[in-house]
Design a protein around this ligand. Structure first.
Ligand code: C5P
Length: 368
């Protein structure tokens, strides 16, 4: 279980970290609550899709996908703490220096838009784990704090990552509180994740400890994204990207709708061959390649069927897709966040700096 105690030693496991108490601005949105020694933390990464082929919608409106999920080195954190108030309560802070903090400080993101009530995916994730054991929120007294870093409604699955972390934290809470005799089997947690959203099962795997048998930071997703095949890498394929957040969010259903409408009108091609190109897999799994070689193999083969529909909804994004320092620019998931593939980490760092100087919300990162 990927949890750590607030009071634990500096020797934390990979996916864990102590809470950042750092607040450079005296703005309460950067403040975290004071946690008890019982508090447990899980770090949840963002993701991009290196391949996203979308088929015709099924009757329930969901689209069959073939996708390559890739977690990136950009983290938010969910903290579960005990309280003496029965039920589940939620709070949220922003991580100073993160993309979402930049958006907030520029007036491009309003934290009040994230409802901290039973409609929040984090609350629903906790309630779903309880329901698995025929429990209700009033049976526990749990506070969940989200330290947000990843843009909201940005196509990076930040909310899904929080939900995945919450599934693990809630299960651990029930176990530590003696309300269940043993941790819930992974398959059950996975089913709960799938019931919450198409990206949550991947995020569940990415939130686990790296030595957990189900851990994955890169995976091929099929079905609606919930059937996952981890991509095993010989070397760490540390491809470098700059992520450029937009001053607005995009609604995922609206982008899928735009794709369906555009295909019906013949504006966008049909899905055709949805399989992951061999080059994409080679860029990720090839032995002994450096960042630049991997990036140049990957660049021409990135595919995102949601890109043109997203650009149709927000045409101003298009000019941000090309940059002389990047080998390829593409929309992450349903957007609006843009991923610029850089030849290496040094180029990504310089590019991110340039874009920030030009007033954009940009951060360099690598694959996890
Ligand atoms: O599963 P999730 O809640 O993240 O999906 C948000 C919306 O995106 C869905 O309600 C659906 O409209 C659309 N979607 C889809 N096909 C998928 C995944 C998502 O149509 N495979």
């Amino acid at each position: 279980m990927s949890t750590a105690s607030a009071a634990s030693s500096p020797e934390m496991e990979p996916n864990m970290t102590a809470s950042r108490a750092f607040d450079p601005s005296d703005d309460p949105i950067f403040e975290e609550p004071v946690f008890t020694p019982e508090a447990r933390f899980i770090q949840a990464p963002g993701k991009i899709n290196l391949h996203l082929a979308v088929g015709e919608p099924a009757e329930n409106g969901y689209h069959p996908l073939v996708t390559v999920f890739a977690a990136v080195e950009m983290w938010e954190e969910v903290i579960a703490d005990v309280t003496n108030k029965p039920g589940i309560t939620l709070t949220m802070s922003l991580v100073a220096g993160s993309l979402v903090a930049d958006q907030y400080q520029a007036g491009a993101f309003d934290p009040a838009d994230v409802a901290l009530d039973e409609t929040n995916l984090v609350y629903r994730a906790a309630a779903a784990v309880l329901a698995e054991h025929k429990l209700v929120p009033e049976d526990i007294a749990l506070h969940l704090h989200i330290a947000k870093a990843i843009p909201v409604a940005g196509g990076m699955a930040g909310g899904s990552a929080d939900a995945a972390a919450t599934i693990l934290l809630t299960d651990n809470h029930l176990y530590e509180a003696g309300l269940i005799d043993e941790p819930t089997p992974f398959e059950r947690l996975d089913a709960i994740a799938a019931s919450l959203g198409a990206d949550v099962p991947f995020m569940l795997r990415a939130c686990l400890d790296a030595d957990h048998p189900e851990y994955a930071s890169i995976a091929v997703g099929t079905g609606v994204g919930e059937k996952l095949e981890p991509i095993k890498r010989h070397d760490k394929a540390d491809l470098a990207f700059v992520l450029v957040a937009a001053p607005f969010g995009l609604s995922t259903p609206a982008v899928f709708r735009a794709l369906d409408e555009g295909r019906a009108q013949g504006v966008y091609p049909e899905a055709g061959d949805m399989s992951v190109p061999e080059e994409v897999l080679r860029a990720l799994t090839g032995k002994g390649m450096n960042q630049q070689v991997r990036a140049s193999i990957l660049a021409p083969h990135v595919r995102n069927d949601l890109q043109e529909p997203a650009l149709n909804v927000r045409p101003e994004l298009r000019e941000r897709l090309s940059n002389p320092l990047a080998l390829r620019g593409f929309i992450s998931g349903s957007g609006p966040t843009i991923a610029l593939l850089a030849p290496n980490s040094a180029a990504a760092m310089i590019l991110a700096m340039e874009l920030r100087e030009a007033g954009l919300f940009a951060a360099d990162t690598t694959l996890l």
